[in-house]
Ligand binder design. Structure first.
Ligand SMILES: NC(=O)c1ccc[n+]([C@@H]2O[C@H](COP(=O)([O-])OP(=O)(O)OC[C@H]3O[C@@H](n4cnc5c(N)ncnc54)[C@H](OP(=O)(O)O)[C@@H]3O)[C@@H](O)[C@H]2O)c1
Length: 308
């Protein structure tokens, strides 16, 4: 029993981000937000904030897939903020730039400055709390990207600087030119996509203090399929998640999120559901008494092999 208690993993409910921002340990993502009215979107944002998801993550590219989709999710969030003036003060607002449909990436100084200014306009706010490079632009030098981000920070348009989908080497190269570590790194990370545990992304974050924002923490819904219909790796992972959910009287979603929350780097899963009741339900993850053995059971199911 004592052994079991000792092996229970710690899950924090809040973290610091960058110099002095405080954020809840679950964030809310706006990738799927576009396409509804302002009132409906406001309910989702309000529900997330009430549930302690104070970091709200969006990107300029989020919206419908057509040529007019660019900026839609930011514009809708901006309309929500304009209609509900108290909301902005309750959130740490994060967005991203650098993806251009058809290009596919542009992180030149001129482009990033224009993209950030356009995001500010759509979001109807004076400052972006966390500005992230969405994906690395392999054709722009890290010195130029840093130059753009430092200029935006100096002008007071952004507070903290983050990256997304960067390798540890790409983050390090950018950090050399920034002169300080990025505040956050956003990789795809879930019980089905465990690469960040082994590719150095989490280790680099633990070395610098960067916060990990885990995108698609439920594998975009891939972890939620019917256990009987799942195959291969998904079936193996779902089987373990369901066993633990039954043992702890909770649901599969909570266990899948707890797997991420329990990592010592202080991972912040970005919740993506558009269903208000599911937003609130995600907080059950904080109460899952996951043990060291449970955590490795999930990992080994995802790897398809025991740890050596
Ligand atoms: N940096 C990047 O490149 C990148 C890429 C992708 C995403 N992101 C970020 O990550 C955020 C989350 O991504 P995601 O939407 O793929 O996250 P996710 O939580 O892995 O998947 C959410 C999907 O699962 C579905 N779902 C079904 N049952 C659910 C349940 N019980 N609880 C919760 N969800 C359930 C949701 O459907 P319903 O809506 O019908 O509930 C939704 O379609 C995005 O909003 C964005 O901020 C970043």
């Amino acid at each position: 029993m004592l052994e079991q208690e000792n092996n229970r993993l710690t899950i924090s409910r809040s973290h610091t981000l960058g110099t002095d921002l405080s954020v809840g340990a679950l964030a809310y993502g706006c990738w799927r937000l576009a396409g509804t009215g302002v009132d409906e979107a406001a309910v989702k944002i309000g529900t997330a904030l009430d549930a302690g998801m104070t970091l709200i993550d969006t990107a300029d590219i989020y919206g419908g897939s057509g040529p007019d989709g660019f900026g839609e999710a930011e514009a809708l969030l901006g309309d929500v903020l304009a209609a509900n003036p108290t909301l902005r003060g309750r959130m740490v607002l994060a967005t991203k730039g650098g993806i251009v449909r058809g290009l596919p990436y542009n992180s030149t100084k001129d482009y990033l400055i224009r993209a950030c200014e356009a995001s500010l306009k759509r979001l109807k706010t004076d400052v972006i709390d966390l500005y992230q490079i969405h994906r690395p632009d392999l054709l722009t030098g890290h010195d130029e990207v840093a130059d753009a981000l430092l200029a935006l920070q100096y002008q007071g348009k952004i507070r903290e600087i983050g990256v997304s989908n960067h390798t540890p080497d790409q983050s390090r190269a950018l950090e050399t030119h920034l002169g300080f570590p990025v505040a956050s790194q956003q990789p795809e990370f879930s019980a089905l996509e465990i690469s960040p545990l082994f590719d150095g992304v989490l280790d680099h974050a633990m070395a610098t203090g960067a916060r990990i924002l885990a995108w698609s923490p439920l594998a975009g819904g891939g972890l939620l399929s019917d256990a009987a219909e799942a195959t291969g790796k998904a079936k193996a992972v779902i089987t373990v998640l369901d066993r633990l959910a039954n043992a702890y009287g909770t649901d599969r979603t909570a266990v899948a999120l707890a797997f991420l929350l329990a990592h010592p780097s202080g991972v912040i899963p970005i919740i993506g559901t558009q269903t208000p009741a599911r937003i609130t339900a995600a907080t059950a993850a904080f109460d899952v008494p996951l043990t060291r053995r449970d955590w490795y059971d999930i990992l080994e199911a995802s790897r398809g092999a025991r740890m050596p």
